[in-house]
Design a protein around this ligand. Structure first.
Ligand code: FE2
Ligand code: FE2
Length: 333
């Protein structure tokens, strides 16, 4: 058993490794941090005393594939060296791409692990495709998909853009007001996925989609299938991709697509879910979506004034919408 020593480090069996010019992290068999050197503190932004005793994965972001962790754990449990690429998050929330080589060093009856870390972000451009660029590309693809599914509506691009902006604002306001501690990661995922909410409308006939005036019983029934059509589209994409990183994003997109017309009191569609059974991300998008739809002009209706739309949200507080989210939304606008 090694001792985690905060505040200054007496001579330890790994002390020499900390002299390396690369960033160095020392862990025990349970992947807990025993020590780090100055360079590692500089790279991550965290002080040594904060890190000692924590699990080494406290910096990890969801962008490191699960397979990477699995292969690392398998090698280390057999006391073999391992090398791989991690996408971590620094203290300032910046993503950080590193190549790490971990070597097990037997010591008496025990073993400690020396991780030598190299910053891939310092590598010359073109050597690798960073996760940040991959995420950007992925978001662009989702946007093109969302717009092309609804290309028949000339106002859709503006609406999708407004929903994204509104979703981000509402998430931040609600997070702040309710002290929810939502991660940046999660906020970005919801914002990026919100653009997809209506992709199922691609399967609705134009005569119904743009009908001026009220829909009749049958037309309404057809219109209300759009969340399920959208879900089917995304299921098809996620089955083809079999990618666990994108899967996480698609799960949130699926919730939004499937449940953005559910109502807090259980009277929505298609699943008639109630209150917190409706996924959080869908509850958020539903308010923003309705508010933007009401306040903008469509072929079949005039734009409502913001006062009238706010009054509507108030009336629907606890009926269509989660009461606390409406509070945050009204405080925000
Ligand atoms: Fe919708
Ligand atoms: Fe919408």
């Amino acid at each position: 058993m090694f001792i985690y020593s905060k505040g200054g480090s007496p001579l330890q069996p790994w002390s020499h490794y900390l002299q390396l010019a690369d960033a160095v992290i020392i862990t025990d068999q349970q992947h807990r941090i025993l020590d780090v050197n100055k360079k590692y503190e500089e790279l991550t932004g965290y002080p040594r005393d904060y890190m000692v005793g924590l699990r080494a994965n406290f910096l990890s972001s969801r962008l490191t594939p699960k397979k990477t962790y699995e292969s690392m754990k398998a090698a280390l449990s057999h006391r073999l060296g391992w090398s791989g690429v991690f996408v971590n998050r620094k203290r300032n929330q910046e993503l950080w791409h590193t190549n790490i080589t971990i070597t097990p060093i037997p010591h008496l009856q025990d073993v400690f692990y020396v991780g030598v870390v190299r910053d891939l972000d310092d590598m010359p451009e073109g050597s690798y495709l960073s996760e940040t660029r991959k995420v950007k590309l992925q978001n662009e693809i989702l946007k093109v998909l969302a717009i092309s599914c609804e290309i028949r509506d000339p106002h859709i691009e503006e609406h999708l853009h407004q929903v994204q902006i509104g979703t981000e604002k509402l998430l931040r306001a609600h997070n702040e007001r309710m002290k929810l501690g939502l991660t940046e990661e999660y906020i970005h995922q919801i914002v990026n996925a919100s653009i997809m909410h209506d992709i199922g409308k691609s399967g609705i006939p134009e005569g119904i989609l743009y009908k001026p005036g009220k829909l009749n019983y049958y037309e309404r029934h057809i219109m209300e299938t759009h969340p399920l059509i959208g879900l089917e589209i995304v299921n098809k994409i996620s089955n083809e991709l079999e990618d666990d990183i994108l899967d996480e994003d698609l799960k949130i997109a699926k919730h939004i697509i499937h449940y953005h017309h559910e109502k807090w009191d259980g009277s929505g569609y298609p699943a008639k879910l109630k209150s917190t059974d409706i996924p959080f991300e869908a509850r958020v998008v539903s308010i923003v979506d309705v508010y933007d739809a009401l306040t903008s002009r469509r072929a079949y209706k005039d734009a409502w004034s913001s006062d009238k739309a706010i009054q509507f949200l108030r009336e629907q507080q606890g009926e269509a919408f989660e009461p606390e989210l409406v509070e945050s939304f009204l405080a925000m606008i």
